[in-house]
Design a protein around this ligand. Sequence first.
Ligand SMILES: NC(=O)c1ccc[n+]([C@@H]2O[C@H](COP(=O)([O-])OP(=O)(O)OC[C@H]3O[C@@H](n4cnc5c(N)ncnc54)[C@H](OP(=O)(O)O)[C@@H]3O)[C@@H](O)[C@H]2O)c1
Length: 355
Amino acid sequence: MSVVEVDENEQGLSARTQGGQPVGPESPTTGVTRQSEIATWTQDVSTEGKLVAAGRTGRGTGAHRTGSLSQTALLLGHTGERLPTGAGGRVTAPCVPCTTAPERTPFMKVVVIGGTGLIGSKVVSKLNAHGHEAVAASPNTGVNTLTGEGLAEVLQGAQVVVDVSNSPSWEDDAVMNFFRTCTGNLMKANADAGVTHHVALSIVGTDRLPENGYFRAKLAQEELIKASGIPYSIVHATQFFEFVNGIADAGTEGDTVRIAPVKFQPIYSDDVATAVARTAAGEPLNGVVEIAGPDVFRFDDLVRDVLTSQNDSRKVVADPHARYYGSELQDDSLVPGPGAQLAATRFADWFARQR
Ligand SMILES: NC(=O)c1ccc[n+]([C@@H]2O[C@H](COP(=O)([O-])OP(=O)(O)OC[C@H]3O[C@@H](n4cnc5c(N)ncnc54)[C@H](OP(=O)(O)O)[C@@H]3O)[C@@H](O)[C@H]2O)c1
């Protein structure tokens, strides 16, 4: 299997836009605010969990780095040029160092709402490993943002709140009620407790797919955060590697899985947690940062490869009208803009470790 590598600067992170210019706090091309404070974060893993420079061109250019489980079909550098392939198919792309800013304060109390979940438990571990006091808050620890139970108590003395909670039900009304009510309760409790940075994890493309009830609810969550007056950072991630089987199940009718043949750029949950933890340790962005995995796949190809590798007999059909949780997809619906930060962990490497 060929592997693409992108050089990193000494802090393990690089940032640049299409065309190679470093990205400032506000990207005029995307309206997306980039995370500038992350370079001083000491990474607790070697290759996993590092964000690297965007090794692809932006939306609409028609050129991007693509991958499949079996091979990387096209290897492109930051500006879309085909890169020379080194020994073993490894490719090195040039990078521009990102801006460096110190962490906010050395040690903070960070309450992680949803801190017992897939992302939340990793965020808690990473923040604690980095010297902060991270507290997991969820119904299992006596904190319920839907009812407000335990919220005021857990927020006492907290400077930062990270919200990586998720609704138990994804039914349209239920998920909207969850994110609206929880976020409303949370932002009020934040204000009462004097919290100075609210970080939330959301999804790339929440404003692009209004027929997707889950995306609508995440957009409502984001709007409540922005309107709250509390300094905030919103991390937009693409779909987690772990979510691909769930997507296949959601697209299944009988023995057939219908998936739109569009770009798909999933990311490893551990890399998401690193980005969220770094963001929580930094100054508020009062904006959105986009993160994604290193490879762009065709959605149906990846789902087909995964199911085949798992000896799953379902047939994956490329259907341009297949709905993704209620929405038809355009080619770029699920992928980030050119200012996105790309994580290091490749799907194929992660998938090989699952077997
Ligand atoms: N799946 C993806 O591909 C994807 C992509 C981008 C962004 N995201 C976002 O990532 C976030 C985290 O997802 P995840 O997969 O890590 O979630 P998860 O594993 O399902 O965990 C959900 C967490 O939410 C907590 N929770 C549920 N109800 C709660 C309530 N009433 N009050 C407080 N906490 C509550 C749960 O607590 P208990 O353990 O106590 O039940 C659990 O800790 C979500 O907001 C999601 O929108 C997901």
